[in-house]
Design a binder for this molecule. Structure first.
Ligand code: 5AD
Length: 460
């Protein structure tokens, strides 16, 4: 999400005549887009800005320094008080104002700017793409469909930094996707903090043809009502994007498990371009903790969704996010998370040590878990999920998979990199002729979270 926001800001600046600097050493403007989800991310951004002030700014006082995004939103002017070298602080609804703010600062009209206000329709302003920025981005692109989140999980700062849910309209999103496809994009990832709530609440998506429910068919209840007869706005959006000729693959992130209704499961079965991949943040395996987190589902419901998804698409790649050491999490609660991870066998899991965030209800909850215990649980869970993931990677050896080739590998340009439909990275000895192609490869060996493929065997 943040990469997408940064890309849109860069593209807006390029359209105004700026050029991308090869490194911060020779840039005239350096904007850090920030994340507030955990304290570590904030510390990192502040440390980075301190270094920029000490190195770059000291030698070239004319360089403009700015903070964008979530931390800018939640801390505002406080950031300039703490770091007086900072010229610009722009919140999450103001990314598109970067160019005009820079003009004012560079011309000297204003010395410092802090703008973290709400702005109507800001959800529709993240739309410019830097397709020629790198070879990779021209095959696969991210499209922001909504902003904000109303779920209010007790650990999460996002409702405070990203605001209320606001959705773009289906025609607006489809127009952006069409434009990308006409420029060579083959894969689109629809983005939002809670994409399964797309179109249910405010924003310009309201009052358009997005219907939250198709009219209920007037049939006796004994008849099999196909789940596809009730479609959430998000599934309606998937249907609309799926129609785009030339688009090969659709992904989305992040959904909320409670939004995985039968209509969405059914979409996996119905829509061939919707790839077999789902990131389903579970956060905990304990019902007690899930309740404290205000997640809106229980363990059983989550397991039910996984089962249905795997029934619809047996090869689906399933990844998750898990928080360890949430306030009040006991050893028994944690063991339920371990047992859930064993039961589901995630293809990969991102594990986070609980981090207290300002203004969130969990920060005030009793029984905060000692740091040492958080670290210990993090290590134990990581060991378990990595072991399972490695086994699942090894199971690919000898299999034929379809990949979309994204471009040369960053580490070794003689190798090309692509992704399977289930979102695994595959490296193979390739060349420019493979760029952007959908091709079959045979997996010959595995590395850490990587598959190695041989195209020669399949594409003679
Ligand atoms: N502490 C630790 N992890 C968090 N996440 C969100 N808020 C916190 C927090 N306060 C994790 C969740 C979420 C992911 C993006 O970050 O697992 O899914």
């Amino acid at each position: 999400m943040n990469e997408r926001d940064s890309e849109a800001v860069a593209a807006q600046l390029v359209a105004k005549g700026y050029t991308l600097a090869p490194s911060e050493k020779n840039a005239d403007v350096i904007l850090l887009n920030t994340c507030s989800v955990r304290d570590f991310a904030e510390k990192k951004a502040i440390g980075k800005m301190q270094n920029l002030a000490a190195d770059v700014r000291k030698n070239r006082p004319e360089v403009v320094l700015g903070f964008l995004g979530c931390m800018a939103q939640s801390r505002g002017r406080e950031l300039i008080d703490k770091l007086p070298d900072v010229d610009l602080v722009l919140g999450t609804q103001k990314f598109h104002r970067a160019a005009e703010c820079l003009d004012e600062i560079i011309t000297g009209a204003r010395e410092k700017i802090v703008d973290v206000a709400e702005e109507e329709n800001s959800e529709a302003t993240i739309r410019e793409h830097l397709l020629n920025g790198s070879a990779k981005t021209s095959v696969s692109a991210f499209v922001s469909i909504m902003q904000g989140c109303n779920q209010r999980c007790t650990f999460c700062i996002v409702p405070f930094t990203r605001g209320e849910e606001r959705s773009r309209t289906i025609p607006d999103i489809v127009a952006e996707c069409r434009e990308l496809v006409s420029r060579g994009v083959k894969e689109i990832t629809l983005l939002g903090q809670i994409v399964t709530s797309y179109g249910r609440r405010g924003g310009s998506g309201r009052g358009t043809k997005v219907e939250s429910r198709a009219p209920a068919p007037l049939l006796p209840s004994t008849l099999d009502l196909r789940p596809s007869t009730i479609k959430s706005p998000f599934v309606q959006l998937l249907d609309a994007v799926h129609e785009i000729d030339g688009l090969e693959r659709i992904r989305f992130t992040s959904p909320h498990p409670k939004g995985y209704g039968d209509d969405l499961i059914d979409a996996y079965a119905r829509l061939p371009k919707l790839v077999e991949s789902a990131h389903l943040p579970v956060q905990s395996g304990s019902d007690r903790v899930l309740k404290l987190m205000h997640r809106g589902y229980a363990r059983k419901r989550f397991l039910g969704i996984i089962e249905k998804l795997r029934r619809a698409k047996p090869d689906i790649g399933i990844t998750t996010d898990i928080i360890v050491g949430f306030p009040g999490e006991t050893e028994t609660d944690f063991e339920e998370t371990l047992s859930l991870a064993r039961e589901v066998e995630f293809d990969n899991a991102y594990i986070f040590k609980y981090s207290q965030r300002r203004d969130t209800p969990a920060a005030e909850m009793p029984d905060q878990v000692p740091q040492k215990v958080r670290e210990d649980r993090n290590r134990r869970l990581l060991e378990l999920v990595n072991g399972i993931a490695a086994r699942k990677y090894d199971a690919f050896i000898g299999r034929q998979v379809q990949i979309l080739v994204e471009g040369p590998s960053r580490k070794n340009p003689a190798r090309y990199t692509g992704r399977t439909r289930c979102n695994r990275i595959v490296l193979f000895d390739g060349g420019a002729r493979h760029q952007g192609r959908l091709m079959d490869v045979k997996i010959t060996r595995t590395g850490s979270f990587t598959l190695y493929g041989d195209p020669a065997i399949m594409n003679l």
